[in-house]
Design a protein around this ligand. Structure first.
Ligand code: PLP
Length: 455
Protein backbone atom coordinates (compact mmCIF):
# COMPACT_ATOMS: atom_id res chain seq x y z
CA UNK A 1 0.00 0.00 0.00
CA UNK A 2 2.91 2.32 0.70
CA UNK A 3 4.99 1.31 -2.31
CA UNK A 4 4.36 4.66 -3.96
CA UNK A 5 5.88 7.21 -1.59
CA UNK A 6 4.56 10.15 -3.61
CA UNK A 7 1.05 9.17 -2.48
CA UNK A 8 1.99 9.37 1.14
CA UNK A 9 1.92 13.15 1.46
CA UNK A 10 -1.52 13.89 0.03
CA UNK A 11 -2.97 10.86 1.83
CA UNK A 12 -1.68 12.03 5.16
CA UNK A 13 -2.95 15.54 4.68
CA UNK A 14 -6.33 14.18 3.56
CA UNK A 15 -6.38 12.22 6.81
CA UNK A 16 -5.59 15.38 8.81
CA UNK A 17 -8.55 16.99 7.13
CA UNK A 18 -10.80 14.04 7.96
CA UNK A 19 -9.75 14.28 11.60
CA UNK A 20 -10.29 18.03 11.70
CA UNK A 21 -13.80 17.67 10.24
CA UNK A 22 -14.46 14.74 12.57
CA UNK A 23 -13.50 16.86 15.55
CA UNK A 24 -15.75 19.65 14.34
CA UNK A 25 -18.86 17.70 13.35
CA UNK A 26 -19.01 14.12 14.60
CA UNK A 27 -20.35 12.81 17.90
CA UNK A 28 -18.94 9.29 18.40
CA UNK A 29 -20.58 6.43 20.34
CA UNK A 30 -19.42 5.61 23.89
CA UNK A 31 -16.92 8.44 23.67
CA UNK A 32 -15.92 11.22 26.04
CA UNK A 33 -14.80 13.80 23.51
CA UNK A 34 -13.09 15.83 26.22
CA UNK A 35 -10.44 13.19 26.80
CA UNK A 36 -10.48 10.88 23.78
CA UNK A 37 -7.37 10.42 21.65
CA UNK A 38 -7.40 11.30 17.97
CA UNK A 39 -9.44 8.74 16.04
CA UNK A 40 -7.68 6.50 13.53
CA UNK A 41 -8.71 7.07 9.91
CA UNK A 42 -9.38 3.73 8.22
CA UNK A 43 -9.15 3.67 4.44
CA UNK A 44 -9.18 -0.04 3.68
CA UNK A 45 -9.81 -3.41 5.32
CA UNK A 46 -9.16 -6.98 4.29
CA UNK A 47 -9.56 -10.26 6.14
CA UNK A 48 -8.70 -9.78 9.81
CA UNK A 49 -6.94 -6.46 9.20
CA UNK A 50 -7.79 -2.79 9.06
CA UNK A 51 -5.45 -0.33 7.29
CA UNK A 52 -5.16 3.30 8.24
CA UNK A 53 -4.31 6.25 6.01
CA UNK A 54 -0.59 5.67 6.50
CA UNK A 55 -0.81 2.04 5.44
CA UNK A 56 -0.46 0.84 9.02
CA UNK A 57 -2.09 -2.52 9.65
CA UNK A 58 -4.32 -3.05 12.68
CA UNK A 59 -5.48 -6.58 13.53
CA UNK A 60 -9.20 -6.40 14.26
CA UNK A 61 -9.14 -8.70 17.28
CA UNK A 62 -12.61 -7.79 18.49
CA UNK A 63 -14.21 -8.06 15.04
CA UNK A 64 -15.23 -4.40 15.05
CA UNK A 65 -17.58 -4.68 18.00
CA UNK A 66 -18.28 -8.38 17.37
CA UNK A 67 -19.86 -7.83 13.95
CA UNK A 68 -17.24 -9.04 11.47
CA UNK A 69 -17.40 -12.82 10.98
CA UNK A 70 -15.79 -14.05 7.74
CA UNK A 71 -13.34 -11.15 7.52
CA UNK A 72 -13.43 -7.66 6.11
CA UNK A 73 -14.26 -7.00 2.47
CA UNK A 74 -14.89 -10.60 1.46
CA UNK A 75 -15.05 -10.93 -2.35
CA UNK A 76 -18.17 -13.15 -2.36
CA UNK A 77 -20.11 -10.84 -0.06
CA UNK A 78 -18.94 -7.80 -2.02
CA UNK A 79 -20.25 -9.43 -5.19
CA UNK A 80 -23.63 -10.25 -3.63
CA UNK A 81 -23.97 -6.66 -2.46
CA UNK A 82 -23.12 -5.26 -5.90
CA UNK A 83 -25.54 -7.68 -7.60
CA UNK A 84 -28.42 -6.66 -5.36
CA UNK A 85 -27.62 -2.95 -5.81
CA UNK A 86 -27.93 -3.42 -9.57
CA UNK A 87 -31.40 -5.00 -9.18
CA UNK A 88 -32.86 -2.63 -6.56
CA UNK A 89 -31.65 -1.11 -3.32
CA UNK A 90 -34.77 -0.80 -1.15
CA UNK A 91 -38.52 -0.86 -1.06
CA UNK A 92 -40.93 -0.31 1.83
CA UNK A 93 -41.77 -3.63 3.45
CA UNK A 94 -45.50 -3.27 4.15
CA UNK A 95 -47.53 -4.39 1.16
CA UNK A 96 -44.34 -5.32 -0.72
CA UNK A 97 -41.95 -8.21 -0.45
CA UNK A 98 -38.86 -9.52 -2.25
CA UNK A 99 -36.64 -12.54 -2.64
CA UNK A 100 -33.70 -11.45 -0.47
CA UNK A 101 -35.91 -10.99 2.61
CA UNK A 102 -38.04 -14.07 1.95
CA UNK A 103 -35.01 -16.26 1.33
CA UNK A 104 -33.28 -14.97 4.43
CA UNK A 105 -36.36 -15.50 6.59
CA UNK A 106 -36.72 -19.09 5.37
CA UNK A 107 -33.01 -19.74 5.80
CA UNK A 108 -33.10 -18.51 9.42
CA UNK A 109 -36.24 -20.55 10.14
CA UNK A 110 -34.45 -23.60 8.70
CA UNK A 111 -31.34 -23.05 10.82
CA UNK A 112 -33.17 -22.38 14.09
CA UNK A 113 -34.72 -25.32 15.97
CA UNK A 114 -38.38 -26.19 16.51
CA UNK A 115 -41.08 -23.85 15.30
CA UNK A 116 -38.97 -20.68 15.42
CA UNK A 117 -40.36 -19.87 11.99
CA UNK A 118 -41.49 -16.27 11.89
CA UNK A 119 -38.99 -13.48 11.23
CA UNK A 120 -39.53 -9.78 11.96
CA UNK A 121 -36.73 -7.68 10.45
CA UNK A 122 -35.36 -4.50 11.99
CA UNK A 123 -32.13 -2.53 11.98
CA UNK A 124 -29.78 -3.41 14.83
CA UNK A 125 -29.46 -5.33 18.05
CA UNK A 126 -31.36 -2.77 20.10
CA UNK A 127 -34.34 -2.70 17.76
CA UNK A 128 -34.43 -6.50 17.62
CA UNK A 129 -34.77 -6.45 21.41
CA UNK A 130 -37.45 -3.72 21.34
CA UNK A 131 -39.41 -5.84 18.88
CA UNK A 132 -39.08 -8.96 21.04
CA UNK A 133 -40.17 -7.00 24.10
CA UNK A 134 -43.22 -5.58 22.33
CA UNK A 135 -44.21 -8.95 20.82
CA UNK A 136 -43.97 -10.64 24.22
CA UNK A 137 -45.88 -7.90 26.02
CA UNK A 138 -48.67 -7.50 23.46
CA UNK A 139 -49.11 -11.24 23.04
CA UNK A 140 -50.46 -11.46 26.59
CA UNK A 141 -52.90 -8.62 25.94
CA UNK A 142 -54.02 -10.33 22.73
CA UNK A 143 -54.47 -13.61 24.60
CA UNK A 144 -56.56 -12.03 27.34
CA UNK A 145 -53.95 -12.25 30.10
CA UNK A 146 -53.03 -8.59 30.51
CA UNK A 147 -51.94 -9.20 34.12
CA UNK A 148 -48.75 -10.72 32.69
CA UNK A 149 -46.71 -7.53 32.58
CA UNK A 150 -43.59 -8.22 34.60
CA UNK A 151 -40.27 -8.39 32.72
CA UNK A 152 -37.26 -10.34 33.98
CA UNK A 153 -33.63 -9.84 33.06
CA UNK A 154 -30.26 -10.77 34.52
CA UNK A 155 -27.67 -9.01 36.57
CA UNK A 156 -24.99 -7.77 34.14
CA UNK A 157 -27.21 -8.33 31.09
CA UNK A 158 -26.87 -5.89 28.21
CA UNK A 159 -29.45 -5.61 25.44
CA UNK A 160 -28.80 -2.31 23.67
CA UNK A 161 -29.15 1.43 24.15
CA UNK A 162 -32.74 2.28 23.20
CA UNK A 163 -35.18 2.78 26.08
CA UNK A 164 -36.75 -0.68 26.24
CA UNK A 165 -33.42 -2.41 25.68
CA UNK A 166 -31.78 -0.18 28.29
CA UNK A 167 -34.50 -1.08 30.76
CA UNK A 168 -33.86 -4.78 30.20
CA UNK A 169 -30.14 -4.06 30.60
CA UNK A 170 -30.54 -2.10 33.82
CA UNK A 171 -28.52 -4.82 35.53
CA UNK A 172 -25.49 -3.67 33.52
CA UNK A 173 -25.14 -0.43 35.56
CA UNK A 174 -24.44 1.51 32.35
CA UNK A 175 -27.44 3.77 32.17
CA UNK A 176 -27.72 5.72 35.42
CA UNK A 177 -28.78 9.07 33.83
CA UNK A 178 -31.88 7.41 32.40
CA UNK A 179 -33.19 5.52 35.44
CA UNK A 180 -36.42 7.52 35.61
CA UNK A 181 -37.25 6.92 31.96
CA UNK A 182 -36.92 3.15 32.08
CA UNK A 183 -39.72 0.63 32.38
CA UNK A 184 -39.80 -1.68 35.38
CA UNK A 185 -37.70 -4.81 35.10
CA UNK A 186 -36.94 -7.37 37.78
CA UNK A 187 -33.24 -8.33 37.81
CA UNK A 188 -32.23 -11.92 38.65
CA UNK A 189 -28.80 -13.09 39.80
CA UNK A 190 -26.49 -14.42 37.06
CA UNK A 191 -24.10 -17.24 37.96
CA UNK A 192 -21.08 -16.19 35.89
CA UNK A 193 -18.37 -18.83 35.71
CA UNK A 194 -14.84 -19.49 34.42
CA UNK A 195 -12.29 -22.27 33.91
CA UNK A 196 -11.64 -24.15 37.13
CA UNK A 197 -14.52 -22.46 38.98
CA UNK A 198 -15.29 -24.62 42.03
CA UNK A 199 -18.28 -22.66 43.35
CA UNK A 200 -20.33 -22.52 40.16
CA UNK A 201 -22.81 -25.20 41.25
CA UNK A 202 -23.61 -23.26 44.39
CA UNK A 203 -24.10 -19.99 42.53
CA UNK A 204 -26.34 -21.68 39.98
CA UNK A 205 -28.45 -23.26 42.70
CA UNK A 206 -28.82 -19.83 44.32
CA UNK A 207 -29.89 -18.22 41.06
CA UNK A 208 -32.36 -21.01 40.27
CA UNK A 209 -33.91 -20.93 43.71
CA UNK A 210 -34.33 -17.13 43.53
CA UNK A 211 -36.04 -17.64 40.18
CA UNK A 212 -38.15 -20.52 41.52
CA UNK A 213 -39.32 -18.40 44.46
CA UNK A 214 -40.36 -15.59 42.13
CA UNK A 215 -42.23 -18.03 39.88
CA UNK A 216 -44.06 -19.55 42.84
CA UNK A 217 -45.07 -16.17 44.18
CA UNK A 218 -45.89 -14.22 41.02
CA UNK A 219 -45.48 -16.63 38.09
CA UNK A 220 -48.74 -15.72 36.40
CA UNK A 221 -47.86 -12.01 36.34
CA UNK A 222 -44.59 -12.51 34.47
CA UNK A 223 -44.70 -11.68 30.76
CA UNK A 224 -41.18 -12.53 29.65
CA UNK A 225 -37.61 -13.24 30.61
CA UNK A 226 -34.61 -12.14 28.52
CA UNK A 227 -31.09 -13.55 28.68
CA UNK A 228 -27.91 -13.49 26.62
CA UNK A 229 -27.45 -17.25 26.27
CA UNK A 230 -24.12 -18.64 27.56
CA UNK A 231 -22.27 -15.35 27.23
CA UNK A 232 -22.95 -11.91 28.67
CA UNK A 233 -20.88 -9.82 26.29
CA UNK A 234 -20.79 -6.22 27.46
CA UNK A 235 -20.73 -7.20 31.13
CA UNK A 236 -17.20 -8.49 30.48
CA UNK A 237 -17.60 -11.81 28.66
CA UNK A 238 -19.32 -13.49 31.62
CA UNK A 239 -20.21 -17.08 30.83
CA UNK A 240 -22.79 -19.46 32.22
CA UNK A 241 -23.08 -23.21 31.70
CA UNK A 242 -25.48 -24.72 29.15
CA UNK A 243 -26.98 -26.94 31.86
CA UNK A 244 -27.91 -23.85 33.88
CA UNK A 245 -29.51 -22.25 30.86
CA UNK A 246 -31.52 -25.38 30.17
CA UNK A 247 -32.90 -25.58 33.70
CA UNK A 248 -33.75 -21.90 33.66
CA UNK A 249 -35.64 -22.17 30.37
CA UNK A 250 -37.46 -25.32 31.52
CA UNK A 251 -38.64 -23.58 34.68
CA UNK A 252 -39.72 -20.45 32.81
CA UNK A 253 -41.60 -22.32 30.11
CA UNK A 254 -43.31 -24.59 32.64
CA UNK A 255 -44.80 -21.40 34.13
CA UNK A 256 -45.80 -20.00 30.74
CA UNK A 257 -43.14 -17.26 30.82
CA UNK A 258 -42.01 -16.18 27.33
CA UNK A 259 -38.27 -16.77 26.99
CA UNK A 260 -36.29 -14.31 24.86
CA UNK A 261 -32.77 -15.26 23.85
CA UNK A 262 -30.71 -12.22 22.95
CA UNK A 263 -28.27 -13.84 20.51
CA UNK A 264 -27.21 -10.49 19.07
CA UNK A 265 -23.62 -11.16 20.15
CA UNK A 266 -23.61 -14.96 20.39
CA UNK A 267 -25.27 -15.70 17.04
CA UNK A 268 -23.45 -16.81 13.91
CA UNK A 269 -20.73 -18.93 15.38
CA UNK A 270 -19.22 -16.93 18.25
CA UNK A 271 -19.85 -19.67 20.82
CA UNK A 272 -18.71 -22.48 18.53
CA UNK A 273 -22.17 -23.43 17.20
CA UNK A 274 -24.15 -21.31 14.79
CA UNK A 275 -26.40 -20.28 17.71
CA UNK A 276 -25.75 -20.55 21.44
CA UNK A 277 -29.20 -22.08 21.98
CA UNK A 278 -28.00 -25.26 20.24
CA UNK A 279 -25.62 -25.89 23.14
CA UNK A 280 -28.43 -25.76 25.67
CA UNK A 281 -30.80 -27.78 23.49
CA UNK A 282 -33.75 -25.46 24.14
CA UNK A 283 -36.27 -23.60 21.98
CA UNK A 284 -36.97 -20.12 23.34
CA UNK A 285 -40.13 -18.29 22.22
CA UNK A 286 -38.14 -15.42 20.70
CA UNK A 287 -34.57 -15.05 19.39
CA UNK A 288 -32.87 -11.72 18.65
CA UNK A 289 -30.17 -11.69 15.98
CA UNK A 290 -28.04 -8.90 14.57
CA UNK A 291 -24.27 -8.18 14.72
CA UNK A 292 -22.93 -11.22 12.79
CA UNK A 293 -26.10 -11.57 10.70
CA UNK A 294 -24.64 -9.54 7.83
CA UNK A 295 -21.06 -10.66 8.52
CA UNK A 296 -20.44 -7.16 9.88
CA UNK A 297 -21.34 -5.44 6.61
CA UNK A 298 -24.49 -3.51 7.35
CA UNK A 299 -27.11 -2.89 9.98
CA UNK A 300 -29.80 -5.55 9.95
CA UNK A 301 -31.55 -7.49 12.69
CA UNK A 302 -34.08 -10.26 12.98
CA UNK A 303 -36.45 -11.12 15.80
CA UNK A 304 -37.52 -14.71 15.26
CA UNK A 305 -40.75 -15.91 16.90
CA UNK A 306 -42.30 -19.33 17.38
CA UNK A 307 -45.48 -20.04 15.44
CA UNK A 308 -47.74 -19.85 18.48
CA UNK A 309 -46.63 -16.31 19.29
CA UNK A 310 -47.27 -15.17 15.74
CA UNK A 311 -50.72 -16.77 15.83
CA UNK A 312 -51.63 -14.63 18.84
CA UNK A 313 -51.47 -11.58 16.56
CA UNK A 314 -53.82 -12.91 13.86
CA UNK A 315 -57.37 -11.60 13.70
CA UNK A 316 -59.56 -9.32 11.66
CA UNK A 317 -58.77 -6.02 13.40
CA UNK A 318 -55.56 -3.98 13.31
CA UNK A 319 -55.82 -3.82 17.09
CA UNK A 320 -54.38 -7.33 17.30
CA UNK A 321 -51.54 -6.62 14.86
CA UNK A 322 -48.05 -5.60 15.94
CA UNK A 323 -47.89 -1.83 15.47
CA UNK A 324 -44.17 -1.69 14.79
CA UNK A 325 -41.93 -1.12 11.79
CA UNK A 326 -38.89 0.76 10.55
CA UNK A 327 -38.19 2.64 7.32
CA UNK A 328 -35.52 0.14 6.36
CA UNK A 329 -37.29 -3.04 7.50
CA UNK A 330 -36.05 -5.97 5.41
CA UNK A 331 -33.57 -3.89 3.44
CA UNK A 332 -32.74 -5.95 0.32
CA UNK A 333 -29.03 -5.01 0.25
CA UNK A 334 -28.59 -6.15 3.85
CA UNK A 335 -30.63 -9.33 3.29
CA UNK A 336 -28.58 -10.22 0.19
CA UNK A 337 -25.40 -9.78 2.21
CA UNK A 338 -26.77 -11.92 5.05
CA UNK A 339 -27.62 -14.71 2.58
CA UNK A 340 -24.11 -14.58 1.11
CA UNK A 341 -22.71 -14.80 4.63
CA UNK A 342 -24.81 -17.88 5.46
CA UNK A 343 -23.59 -19.56 2.26
CA UNK A 344 -19.99 -18.91 3.35
CA UNK A 345 -20.53 -20.82 6.60
CA UNK A 346 -20.99 -23.90 4.38
CA UNK A 347 -18.45 -23.12 1.67
CA UNK A 348 -15.61 -22.18 4.00
CA UNK A 349 -16.47 -24.76 6.69
CA UNK A 350 -16.54 -21.85 9.10
CA UNK A 351 -17.53 -23.83 12.19
CA UNK A 352 -14.38 -25.95 11.74
CA UNK A 353 -12.32 -22.77 11.57
CA UNK A 354 -13.93 -21.60 14.80
CA UNK A 355 -13.07 -24.92 16.47
CA UNK A 356 -9.44 -24.46 15.38
CA UNK A 357 -9.38 -20.91 16.80
CA UNK A 358 -10.79 -22.29 20.05
CA UNK A 359 -7.96 -24.83 20.25
CA UNK A 360 -5.37 -22.10 19.63
CA UNK A 361 -6.96 -19.88 22.29
CA UNK A 362 -6.17 -22.59 24.86
CA UNK A 363 -2.48 -22.03 24.30
CA UNK A 364 -2.93 -18.39 25.29
CA UNK A 365 -4.83 -19.35 28.42
CA UNK A 366 -2.10 -21.84 29.35
CA UNK A 367 0.51 -19.09 28.88
CA UNK A 368 -1.26 -16.57 31.13
CA UNK A 369 -2.87 -18.91 33.67
CA UNK A 370 0.01 -18.68 36.15
CA UNK A 371 0.40 -14.93 36.03
CA UNK A 372 -0.42 -13.33 39.38
CA UNK A 373 -2.28 -10.53 37.59
CA UNK A 374 -4.63 -12.81 35.63
CA UNK A 375 -7.84 -14.21 37.11
CA UNK A 376 -10.96 -15.99 35.87
CA UNK A 377 -9.74 -17.37 32.52
CA UNK A 378 -12.62 -18.04 30.12
CA UNK A 379 -12.99 -19.69 26.76
CA UNK A 380 -16.03 -20.18 24.51
CA UNK A 381 -16.01 -20.72 20.76
CA UNK A 382 -13.97 -18.00 19.08
CA UNK A 383 -13.83 -15.91 22.27
CA UNK A 384 -11.12 -16.01 24.91
CA UNK A 385 -11.10 -13.75 27.97
CA UNK A 386 -9.68 -13.19 31.42
CA UNK A 387 -9.80 -10.49 34.06
CA UNK A 388 -6.80 -8.44 35.09
CA UNK A 389 -6.48 -8.25 38.85
CA UNK A 390 -6.91 -4.63 39.94
CA UNK A 391 -7.71 -3.69 36.33
CA UNK A 392 -9.62 -0.43 35.88
CA UNK A 393 -13.34 0.13 35.40
CA UNK A 394 -15.02 0.62 32.01
CA UNK A 395 -13.35 3.56 30.23
CA UNK A 396 -11.08 4.22 33.21
CA UNK A 397 -7.70 5.88 32.52
CA UNK A 398 -6.09 2.51 33.10
CA UNK A 399 -8.17 0.59 30.58
CA UNK A 400 -7.94 3.40 28.03
CA UNK A 401 -4.16 3.50 28.41
CA UNK A 402 -4.01 -0.22 27.76
CA UNK A 403 -6.25 0.12 24.71
CA UNK A 404 -4.02 2.90 23.35
CA UNK A 405 -0.94 0.75 23.97
CA UNK A 406 -2.43 -2.10 21.93
CA UNK A 407 -3.52 0.19 19.11
CA UNK A 408 -0.01 1.61 19.00
CA UNK A 409 1.18 -1.92 18.27
CA UNK A 410 -1.38 -2.58 15.57
CA UNK A 411 -3.84 -4.55 17.71
CA UNK A 412 -7.49 -3.60 18.03
CA UNK A 413 -8.08 -4.86 21.58
CA UNK A 414 -10.58 -2.93 23.67
CA UNK A 415 -10.70 -3.89 27.34
CA UNK A 416 -14.15 -4.11 28.93
CA UNK A 417 -13.14 -2.61 32.27
CA UNK A 418 -10.75 -5.12 33.81
CA UNK A 419 -11.67 -7.80 31.24
CA UNK A 420 -9.32 -8.47 28.36
CA UNK A 421 -10.68 -10.55 25.50
CA UNK A 422 -10.12 -11.56 21.92
CA UNK A 423 -12.99 -12.26 19.51
CA UNK A 424 -11.32 -12.31 16.10
CA UNK A 425 -12.95 -12.71 12.69
CA UNK A 426 -13.09 -16.40 11.74
CA UNK A 427 -10.67 -15.92 8.83
CA UNK A 428 -7.77 -15.05 11.18
CA UNK A 429 -4.61 -17.02 10.39
CA UNK A 430 -2.31 -18.98 12.70
CA UNK A 431 0.40 -16.37 12.41
CA UNK A 432 -1.99 -13.51 13.03
CA UNK A 433 -3.23 -15.27 16.16
CA UNK A 434 0.34 -15.77 17.36
CA UNK A 435 0.96 -12.07 16.87
CA UNK A 436 -2.20 -11.29 18.81
CA UNK A 437 -1.26 -13.51 21.75
CA UNK A 438 2.29 -12.17 21.95
CA UNK A 439 1.03 -8.59 21.84
CA UNK A 440 -1.67 -9.23 24.40
CA UNK A 441 0.86 -10.60 26.88
CA UNK A 442 3.34 -7.79 26.20
CA UNK A 443 0.59 -5.31 27.03
CA UNK A 444 -0.03 -7.11 30.31
CA UNK A 445 3.69 -6.89 31.10
CA UNK A 446 3.72 -3.19 30.28
CA UNK A 447 0.70 -2.65 32.53
CA UNK A 448 2.28 -4.68 35.34
CA UNK A 449 5.52 -2.70 35.17
CA UNK A 450 3.65 0.60 35.30
CA UNK A 451 4.85 1.74 31.85
CA UNK A 452 1.29 2.58 30.87
CA UNK A 453 0.41 5.02 33.61
CA UNK A 454 -0.27 8.45 32.24
CA UNK A 455 1.24 11.67 33.48
C1 PLP B 1 -24.53 -5.27 20.95
C2 PLP B 1 -25.65 -5.92 21.61
C3 PLP B 1 -26.96 -5.39 21.54
C4 PLP B 1 -27.25 -4.09 20.87
O1 PLP B 1 -27.01 -4.12 19.50
P1 PLP B 1 -26.81 -2.76 18.69
O2 PLP B 1 -26.66 -3.21 17.30
O3 PLP B 1 -25.57 -2.12 19.24
O4 PLP B 1 -28.01 -1.93 18.92
C5 PLP B 1 -27.98 -6.11 22.12
N1 PLP B 1 -27.74 -7.25 22.76
C6 PLP B 1 -26.53 -7.79 22.86
C7 PLP B 1 -26.34 -9.09 23.56
C8 PLP B 1 -25.43 -7.13 22.30
O5 PLP B 1 -24.21 -7.64 22.44
Amino acid sequence: MNDDPSRDGPLRSAAKDVIAQDRRHVWHPFTQHGTEEEPIVIVRAKGASLFDCEGREILDLISSWWTCTHGHSHPKINAALARQAEAFEHVMFAGFTHEPAVNLASALAGLLPGDLNRVFFSDDGSTSVEVALKIAYQSWINRGEPQRRMLLAFDGGYHGDTLGAMSLGRGSQMFSPFRDLMCKVCVLPYPGTFEGDKAVGEREAGALSAFGALLAERGNTIAAMIIEPLLQGSAGMRMCRPSFLRRLVDMAQASGVIVIFDEVATGFGRTGKLFALEQAGVVPELVCLSKGLTAGYMPLAATVARDGLFDAFIGDSFGRALPHGHSFTGNPLACAVALASLALFEEEKTLERIAAINTRHRTLLAAVADRPDVVRPRLLGSMVAFDVKDGGAYQSDQSRALRAWYLGRGLNIRPLGSTLYLMPPYCISESELSRAYAGLVEGLDAAASGVLSRP
